[in-house]
Design a protein around this ligand. Structure first.
Ligand SMILES: [Zn+2]
Ligand SMILES: [Zn+2]
Ligand SMILES: [Zn+2]
Length: 491
């Protein structure tokens, strides 16, 4: 493969790291994009070190990553550009190094239909992951002034992201507030969505942040207050507990010259442990005089001003991400198979295990009258059509919402499995037929969630079922029952 260098010049002094190699020079990214193909290595040179210079480069990178060929193009900076380095494949490298790294990227992409994969955002992202090799990890970077607080710089470029140079250089509020127009969404939310589809996988956990449950802002002020009256006016005080009369008060009130004397019963307190001790309550409210061990803490959102208890804040784990096997398959096939995942990995088990446990419960039911259990059959039809009408991104959101609602209805001890792409089974231990019917009816109601318009209708079919007596004693009774049950529905 013959690779070619393209030098993208800005107005500053040029380092010319490509000397000795053949290259074409451009001063406009649009011209470079015209000439771009799947053999170009871009080297950005002549960067102006000021804000405007950096802004021009960020804009040029965004344009490049939106271009048909530019989404996987190896890009390097001749000089280090601090915060911007995270957006490209390297900085301050020799031409040989750039060539080596660039050629590895193109080698990785052999056999991939890059023209086709560029047509869809998710596939572009996955192809980018794929092109950077197996050991590639999308790394989160803290940008404190962005909505999501963390972004994945390289990925954000592919998303038409709203990252501006001021956000990237952690500049102040005023500078960023006016620039919010072309919002391609946060790369962090995109990572979450791709993970929920199994297309990428979590790597190392990097950070954990807490967000306001009302507006998802991360700008929180933690306030502690008196557990009784809610006042924030309290102090940490050294307390003394008089053994003679059980009076508890701040140490100052016991002071009598050099001695300690109880202000209530006048006992002289000489020995700690015999005459007095220090109680664990060490905070004293100046408003209501209540003593307490720990103040109550709540978080006030500096954005929407709503107050939340810490346990109600949204906890978001910030991970590194890598391409999954499923994602790799999507890149190679040039299409993403969307599978509905209604249940958590922890609860969802493979069909044979599910059936095994159900068989065991069946035997238990035979022996003990109160060992009843129910199965729920859940089938969702028509999602393919919704996808065609409203696009996959929207479908993914619908299914995520659906999954969340279903998970909230299912108990932790209930087990789930899927027998096919659109058919799920739930096993409800210690649940009567009647209890099963109630849950089934509630699940049916979720159908409203997946009605988009008259053209895009999906159907949820849901029944509570009991494995009939005649199956008891048969080998693989549950599997047999499920197969026959589903076959009867298909007819
Ligand atoms: Zn006393
Ligand atoms: Zn108080
Ligand atoms: Zn808020």
């Amino acid at each position: 493969m013959i690779l070619k260098f393209a030098q993208l010049l800005f107005g500053g002094p040029v380092k010319n790291s490509l000397n000795g190699f053949e290259f074409a020079s451009y001063t406009k990214v649009e011209d470079l994009i015209e000439d771009l193909d799947f053999s170009t290595i871009v080297c950005v040179d002549g960067a102006l070190a000021d804000r405007k210079g950096n802004e021009e480069i960020l804009l040029a990178l965004k344009k490049l990553r939106q271009a048909k060929y530019g989404y996987i193009t190896p890009v390097f900076f001749a000089d280090s550009l601090n915060n911007l380095n995270l957006f490209v494949d390297g900085a301050e490298m020799s031409a040989e190094e750039m060539l080596r790294k660039g050629s590895r990227i193109y080698t990785n992409l052999k056999g991939i239909n890059l023209g086709k994969n560029c047509e869809e955002t998710d596939l572009r992202l996955l192809t980018f992951f794929y092109s950077r090799g197996q050991s590639y990890r999308a790394l989160p970077k803290l940008f404190p002034h962005t909505d999501a607080i963390y972004e994945y710089p390289e990925i954000s470029l592919l998303l038409q992201s709203n990252l501006t140079i001021d956000l990237v250089s952690n500049a102040s509020w005023e500078l960023q507030s006016k620039e919010k127009e072309n919002n391609g969404g946060s790369s962090l939310l995109k990572m979450l969505s791709l993970t929920s589809q199994g297309l990428i996988e979590k790597g190392k956990l990097i950070e954990r942040i807490r967000l306001c449950p009302h507006c998802q802002s991360g700008y929180l002020n933690y306030i502690d207050r008196c557990t009784l009256c809610g006042s924030i006016d309290f102090e940490k005080r050294k307390m003394i507990h008089c053994f003679t009369c059980s009076h508890i008060a701040p140490q100052e009130e016991f002071k009598e010259g050099m001695r300690l004397a109880c202000p209530k019963c006048n006992s002289i307190l000489r020995h700690i442990g015999t005459d007095y001790d220090r109680p664990v309550e060490s905070y004293l409210c100046n408003s209501c005089n209540e003593r307490f061990i720990e103040p109550e803490v709540y978080a006030e959102c500096l954005n929407c001003r709503k107050k939340s208890l810490p346990e109600n804040l949204i906890v978001r784990q910030i991970y590194e991400y890598r391409l999954s096997e499923k994602g790799e398959r999507a890149v190679k096939m040039g299409q993403i198979d969307f599978k509905i995942e209604l249940f958590d990995e922890q609860q969802n088990m493979l069909m044979p295990y599910f059936c095994h446990i159900s068989d065991w419960l069946l035997k238990m039911r035979q022996r003990y009258l109160d060992a009843e259990f129910s199965l729920i059959y859940l089938n969702i039809k028509g999602l393919k059509m919704i996808e065609e009408n409203v696009g996959r991104e929207c479908l993914v959101n619908i299914v995520q919402e659906l999954a969340e609602r279903i998970r909230s209805m299912v108990r932790f001890t209930d087990l789930t499995t899927n027998s096919s792409e659109d058919t799920f089974w739930i096993l409800l231990p210690r649940t009567s037929a009647q209890g099963g019917d109630i849950l089934a009816a509630r699940l049916m109601e979720l159908e409203k969630l997946i009605m988009i318009d008259e053209k895009s209708i999906a159907r949820i079919e849901c029944h509570s079922v009991q494995i009939p007596k005649e199956y008891v004693g048969k080998e693989n009774a549950t599997m047999l029952f499920i197969n026959q049950y589903e076959a009867a529905r298909r007819e």
